[in-house]
Design a protein around this ligand. Structure first.
Ligand code: FAD
Length: 356
């Protein structure tokens, strides 16, 4: 062991939970495990120096402001750094979580016994109507940049929190726009290799993509936009920001919409709800019922558990009043899901992602 082992600022006795069972079964592994822990730390330290954070509070990196410590935390600014960090974790059988802007993620109170890699590759280029952005580019900044050079088709995203990589994965959208509208291709990291995917490969759906159901990591995205009218684009930017301010509680920690809106294919799926309340015609026509509206009809707005509550302004937002825990939020999520199912026969599905 070289001298740098003295820099390790964590307790090597604290064994990540996923290894506890293994070590209980075979105590002979215990001393070996300590070496593995130190080894991972040393390898990561070698590459990232003081950019490696140990027992880093996740709440610092998540818009919800909720989450215990990550055993290891690094911000990567190149693909090589990302590949290297993931390889170290993989070789040591340590779990990883890739973080973008942390705007759609709920951390666990116990933290994460693995490596969190925050993507900070933030280069983008605009050539004619083609825009290429690395995964860590802030979505809102990219939207503003495209509008500023007179390109239309992406201005709607100026009020969308988070990074473009996270937005691609969840096919984020608002105010009539969605990521899939302008994507032409995406580069992903799959099993350590860089692969290019076409729009068709991505199988986009409402807040869905093939990436969401895989371990692929978005590295970059290429958008194909159109020449637009500079004044109209300026108005669109202002409109998107104002709509957001007027409809959502932006003053508190949150993860945006907690649930996906309820999609149905046959009217019979909403019979139980229709027997109790008239569903707005627009929702029936779109075959999509707003989760915020459902939560409002359940009378749950304002419900508080611990330091978290369902927003009064927007039923699909849970807000952190300052000291909310993941358990407070989860209890509210469970309450909404159970009431929606028993009272209206509707199974709500989370849009928020759990960091665990
Ligand atoms: C106030 C507020 C308002 C919001 N309004 C909207 C809205 O109108 N419409 C909407 O769609 N969403 C909305 N959201 C949710 C959020 O902004 C989007 O989902 C956003 O695109 C998430 O990006 P992110 O980088 O913050 O993702 P993160 O929270 O960092 O990550 C979300 C998930 O994506 C994964 N991920 C992140 N980056 C990558 C990558 N490069 N490759 C693979 N996986 C990755 C993470 O592992 C995680 O599972 C809102 C959130 C907030 C806080």
């Amino acid at each position: 062991m070289d001298d740098s082992s003295t820099q390790i600022a964590y307790d090597p006795e604290r064994v990540p939970s996923q290894f506890v069972e293994k070590l209980t079964r075979d105590p002979s592994l215990r001393s070996g495990w300590r070496i593995v822990m130190q080894d991972i730390t040393l390898q990561l330290q070698k590459m990232f120096k003081d950019r490696l954070k140990i027992d880093e509070p996740l709440l610092k990196h998540l818009n919800f402001r909720i989450g215990g410590p990550a055993k290891w935390f690094v911000e990567v600014s190149t693909i090589e750094e990302l590949q290297h960090a993931l390889k170290i974790a993989k070789d040591a059988d340590v779990p990883t979580f890739v973080l973008g802007g942390g705007s759609n993620t709920l951390g666990a109170d116990v933290g994460f016994d693995g490596l969190v890699v925050k993507l900070a590759m933030r280069e983008f280029s605009i050539n004619g109507t083609t825009v290429r952005a690395e995964a860590g580019v802030i979505t809102a900044a990219l939207a503003r940049a495209t509008a500023n050079v007179g390109l239309s088709g992406f201005a709607w995203a100026v009020s969308l929190p988070g990074t473009i990589g996270g937005a691609v994965r969840g096919n984020a959208g608002c105010f009539g726009g969605e990521m899939r509208d302008s994507i032409s291709k995406v580069e992903v990291l799959r099993d350590g290799k860089i692969i290019e995917l076409s729009k068709e490969d991505l199988h986009f759906g409402y807040r869905e993509s093939s990436i969401k159901n895989s371990n692929d990591i978005v590295l970059s995205v290429t958008l194909e936009l159109e020449i637009g009218d500079a004044l109209e684009l300026k108005d669109q930017l202002v409109e998107s920001l104002e709509k957001r301010k007027g409809s959502q509680p932006l003053y508190a920690g949150s993860a945006g919409c907690i649930f996906k809106n309820f999609e149905f294919t046959q009217d019979a799926q909403v019979d139980q709800l229709r027997q109790q309340i008239a569903i707005p015609e627009s929702m029936m026509q779109n075959k999509r019922i707003s989760a915020g509206w459902i939560i409002d009809q359940l009378g749950l707005k304002g419900t508080r558990i611990g330091d978290a509550s369902i927003s009064e302004e927007h039923g699909n937002f849970i807000i952190n009043h300052g000291n909310a825990t993941a358990s407070d939020v989860k209890a509210l999520i469970d309450l909404v899901k159970s009431d929606a199912l028993t009272k209206f026969g509707i199974q709500l599905i989370e849009e928020v992602q759990y960091l665990k």
